[in-house]
Design a protein around this ligand. Structure first.
Ligand code: C2E
Ligand code: CA
Ligand code: CA
Length: 710
């Protein structure tokens, strides 16, 4: 671009300069020829006038001198130096403002030798001799008796001169009169100077144009450079501020506007990529980015960040029962509530399902974070109006102080998860992560490993607890209860290892093992003619919903050659969570078809309705110990139990009361009427070996109410 400009300017300067130069040359040349023509005429005229006796001027039609003819015959004398010649030449020179010279043809050398001249030295002496030889530009014309007009070398430089031949009286060439014009000379010199000046000026202008071009191009390219840098930053993901030059109307403006559209598009894409479409909160990707930043700032001490993990309790149940649309609507409302409760300066994300995270970076103290977490949970807990009806959900929160309790994102996430799990387990809603929680977590992992080994090595045993008919003290059945004694740790209670087994998925193998052990024991007792009635085996929900569960039971019965009614399966109401009645009905019926008895354990602690239970094929209800303890002194409890018993009896269930520890409790229960009592009053769970003796002992002792009335 600039080079093109420079080229155009150079060419135009060159053309202008050349044209000017030629014009000047033309004018100069025209002036010179006019002047030299006049000088020649004047010189010839003066010769013909002043030395009329010696010279005659021969002219062409235009009056231009063609020759000077000598009148006398003594050519040599006429063409020798004389004062008259000298004076005349001086006069001619003065008139012409130039030089004048007289030449004589040397017959020997055939050159024209100068014999008079206006070029005198300052002291008046003659300059060095000079000849017009064969090499002289005028020679050819002169020797052929013709006048010569043109540039000739004079005293070291070229001058425009007019040389008039001098002829002998015979007309033969004999010499020459040369005149030149000083003014013409100056003109030529000026012309040369002008040429030099034009060259200098052109070069100067050219240099200036080039410099200006480079500068103006630099200035003109600046916006492009700025925009290119902006685009670069944009590509690197860190554009600084708004796109510059947007309001310009030229191509730069158009470019900037294009770039602005790219920025908008990038923003939109980033928004889409980092937004949870359902709630409009940040998504998991954004959360992970934010968490990284928060961790870096926390660890460097720049800012204190706290991470809160929130989730809803039993959200899946709502989703399953009312459909995804209702679930989604609920999540949207919950998101809004969390946002409102959290206030400004926090970063909220939904990771998946009902898992929300809140990053708090204002450095508030732990108590305030806890208060904020509770505030969010309270907001979540407010009734939600949806098209499917009114809902009331609870949430839990796990809190991690990033500076203390996390060195990287994984740890932060895990610790928040641990605290959340603890919150759910404790029902305490908002729990801070602590190193004890981590120890517990580590211990759980250790226990899981140990339990796996124990199952593999069949280190698990079962103890049995008799169920006694309180009116006759006869055995009604026994419950198999899992026992684990670790070689180093000692006995581990089932309340501890059963949940570990359930959480780690080992419950399936463990349950299968226990069922097998129970069936094995049943077969042994039958062989020994001990009438155990039936062995009740606890089955966890995870086990029950295994597709092959019925087959596993059938297989165990077959292996030990048992009939179905020698085994009773105990399930809790927890089994019904998240399941359709149809599916429950299907599995339970399949179990009943094997002849196996079905018992509902911990009755009264769950949420199932009696009507619902009546439609399911249960044989037995086991009333939970919480209804029994201190029943002899608690009249309200007595009323409740009486109600439960009447209803269940009405529905035809076999009833077992759990956890009676004292004679007083047993007496009250017995009076209300039930089929069996399973409690420490009669016997603690004991190894199989002891059970026949224990049962014999109980049968021999007197039933309770008789003891009391006695
Ligand atoms: P559960 O099925 O309700 O079993 C009855 C629990 O009550 C047993 O505790 C038993 O020792 C205890 N118990 C019986 N009579 C009394 C009493 O008079 N007073 C008191 N305070 N407690 C009494 P255990 O053996 O510690 O078992 C606890 C729970 O662990 C069981 O509750 C059951 O849910 C679970 N469990 C035990 N064995 C197994 C098993 O083989 N499989 C499964 N899935 N769960 C089992
Ligand atoms: Ca049980
Ligand atoms: Ca129970």
């Amino acid at each position: 671009m600039t080079s093109l400009l420079v080229l155009i300017v150079s060419v135009s300067i060159l053309i202008t300069a050349t044209l000017g130069y030629f014009k000047l040359y033309e004018v100069t040349a025209a002036n010179s020829s006019v002047r030299i023509d006049r000088a020649a005429r004047a010189a010839a005229a003066l010769f013909a006038d002043r030395l009329a006796s010696e010279f005659a001027a021969i002219r062409d039609e235009d009056g231009r001198p063609q020759a000077l003819r000598l009148k006398g015959s003594d050519t040599a004398k006429a063409l020798s130096f004389r004062d008259a010649h000298d004076t005349l030449l001086k006069e001619i020179g003065a008139i012409n403002q130039g030089a004048a010279n007289l030449f004589r043809l040397n017959a020997e050398t055939q050159a024209f030798d100068r014999f008079a001249t206006t070029f005198r030295k300052p002291d008046g002496s003659m300059p060095p001799p000079m000849s017009i030889g064969i090499m002289h530009p005028a020679y050819d014309n002169l020797i052929n008796n013709r006048p010569h007009l043109g540039e000739v070398p004079v005293m070291g430089r070229m001058r425009l001169a007019y040389l008039t031949p001098i002829q002998a009286a015979s007309g033969a060439i004999a010499g020459a009169l040369a005149v030149d014009v000083g003014w013409v000379d100056d003109l030529v010199a000026a012309k040369n100077e002008l040429r030099l000046q034009i060259i200098i000026a052109s070069s100067l202008i050219l240099a200036l144009v080039a410099a200006f071009g480079a500068f103006s191009m630099g200035a003109e390219l600046k916006p492009l450079r700025v925009l290119a840098k902006y685009a670069d930053d944009l590509a690197a993901g860190a554009p600084s501020g708004a796109v510059p030059y947007r309001s310009r109307g030229d191509e730069i403006g158009a470019l900037a506007q294009g770039l602005e559209r790219v920025v908008a598009l990038q923003r939109k894409l980033a928004h889409l990529a980092y937004t949870d479409t359902l709630t409009g909160l940040s998504n998991r990707g954004r959360y992970l980015n934010d968490l990284d930043t928060a961790l870096a700032e926390s660890l460097s001490g720049k800012r204190k960040w706290t991470l809160v993990h929130l989730d809803l309790d039993k959200f899946r149940q709502i989703n399953d029962a009312y459909g995804q649309k209702t679930g989604d609507d609920l999540l949207k409302t919950v998101a809004t509530r969390i946002k409102e409760a959290a206030g400004d300066g926090v970063r909220i994300a939904r990771l998946s399902g009902d898992h929300f995270t809140v990053l708090i970076g204002d450095g508030r103290p732990a108590e305030d974070v806890s208060e904020l977490a509770r505030k969010m949970l309270t907001a979540i807990h407010q009734p939600v109006q949806l098209s499917a009806g009114e809902f009331r959900v609870t949430g839990s929160a796990g809190i991690v102080l990033l500076k203390h309790d996390a060195k990287d994102a994984d740890e932060a996430h895990r610790n928040a998860g641990l605290a959340l799990r603890k919150a759910k387990a404790k029902g305490d809603r908002a729990v801070f992560f602590s190193s004890e929680l981590y120890d517990e977590f580590q211990n759980n992992i250790r226990m899981e490993r140990m339990l796996r080994l124990a199952i593999h090595e069949r280190e698990i045993e079962i103890h049995f607890q008799p169920q006694i008919d309180p009116s006759t003290n006869q055995l009604a059945g026994v419950e198999a209860l899992a026992r684990w004694t670790h070689p180093v740790e000692g006995p581990v209670p089932p309340g501890l290892f059963i949940p570990i087994a359930e959480n780690s998925g080992q419950i399936v193998d463990l349950g299968t093992l226990i069922l097998d052990l129970a069936c094995e024991q049943a077969a042994k007792w039958r062989e020994k003619n001990f009438d155990f009635k039936h062995i009740s085996v606890n089955v966890s929900p995870i086990q029950l919903w295994q597709p092959n569960f019925v087959a596993v039971v059938k297989d165990a019965l077959k292996r030990h050659n048992l009939s179905g009614n020698e085994i009773c399966i105990e399930i809790t109401e927890g089994v019904f969570v998240d399941q359709s009645e149809q599916r429950i009905e299907k599995v339970l019926s399949a179990i009943r078809e094997l002849g196996v008895l079905l018992s509902l354990d911990d009755f009264g602690t769950g949420y199932s309705s009696l009507g619902y239970l009546n439609r399911l094929p249960f044989d037995q209800l086991k009333v939970d110990r919480s209804f029994i303890s201190d029943i002899d002194t608690d009249l309200r409890k007595q009323k409740v139990l009486r109600g439960i018993l009447e209803l269940s009896r009405g529905l035809g269930f076999n009833i077992v009361i759990e956890g009676a520890e004292t004679g007083e409790e047993v007496a009250v229960i017995r009076d209300m009427g039930c089929d069996a009592i399973q409690g420490f009053y009669y016997s603690r769970p004991a190894p199989a070996l002891l059970i026949p003796e224990v049962v014999k002992f109980i049968a021999r002792s007197q039933p309770v109410s008789e003891v009391r009335s006695a």
